[in-house]
Design a protein around this ligand. Structure first.
Ligand code: FE2
Ligand code: FE2
Length: 254
């Protein structure tokens, strides 16, 4: 079993959840076909190399805070465009968005406490602190998303969260190593575990949705969408890790 499937199985085991077997089979074969860089040893090595730079890693916490907020914003927008509530998506996406908004605050907290010596512009800090969307501000649009787009979103969220989880697992020991304030160490550990737990939960609920969609006959679409999502997140991961190299995005996208 690949490391990605291991991550999911591990999360299910410690949270006492049923293992989503058909999903895992598809995940395994998609990750074999696309072989994303973020499961390789070199990726981990490069990650530790980059994040050993304190200043750089501090700013990374700010970026992560902003990314969490924009993830929530994307979900809130999507809620307003859902056609009907057959998969209970509205409730699930709301819970998910709420957690991403909470994660935003956790990354700000890590920045303030682990990297207390690194200063950023006050105005920028204010913008970062105030960037999460309002959960109550869903505007229901008359234009509804298609079934296809829903499938695409679910698969993209799922694979995106897998990449997030890998990133967080790599981050945890580095964040702790950068934590110079002993009185914050325990809490620091707790924050990282909470982030890891929640992102695992985001993988899990979308995995269960994928299983239901497989049962509903969308298996082939999901295979194609998983390949595409792995491919896109891999390009993004490579651009982040090796920005000086070129990573081609062919025109004939899958
Ligand atoms: Fe998150
Ligand atoms: Fe997440």
């Amino acid at each position: 079993m690949s490391i990605l499937c291991d991550l999911v199985v591990h999360w299910c085991t410690i949270n006492n959840k049923k293992i989503p077997c058909s999903y895992l089979t598809m995940l395994e074969s998609a990750s074999e076909r696309i072989a994303p860089s973020f499961v390789t040893f070199e990726y981990g090595e490069r990650f530790r190399e980059i994040t050993s730079n304190r200043q750089h890693f501090a700013i990374q916490q700010i970026n992560s805070a902003v990314e969490e907020a924009s993830g929530a914003e994307r979900l809130i927008h999507l809620i307003g465009e859902l056609p009907q509530n057959e998969l209970g998506l509205e409730m699930k996406f709301r819970k998910h968005a709420k957690e991403e908004i909470f994660h935003h605050s956790l990354f700000v907290e890590l920045f303030d406490n682990v990297f207390f010596d690194i200063k950023i512009d006050e105005e920028l800090r204010d913008q970062v602190v105030n960037c999460p969307p309002n959960l109550e501000a869903v505007t229901h649009s008359n234009i509804k998303v298609t079934q296809n787009r829903i499938l695409e979103e679910i698969v993209q969220i799922n694979i995106g969260e897998i990449r997030n989880l890998v990133q967080l697992k790599l981050s945890k020991p580095v964040v702790i190593a950068h934590c110079w304030d002993e009185s914050y160490l325990h809490r620091c550990d707790e924050v990282m575990d909470r982030l890891i737990h929640d992102e695992g939960g985001h993988i899990y609920y979308t995995a269960i949705l994928i299983e239901r969609l497989i049962d509903a006959g969308f298996q082939n679409d999901i295979v194609a969408l998983m390949d595409e999502a792995f491919y896109l997140f891999d390009i993004e991961a490579k651009r982040f890790m090796w920005p000086m190299e070129e990573h081609y995005m062919p025109n004939n996208t899958m």
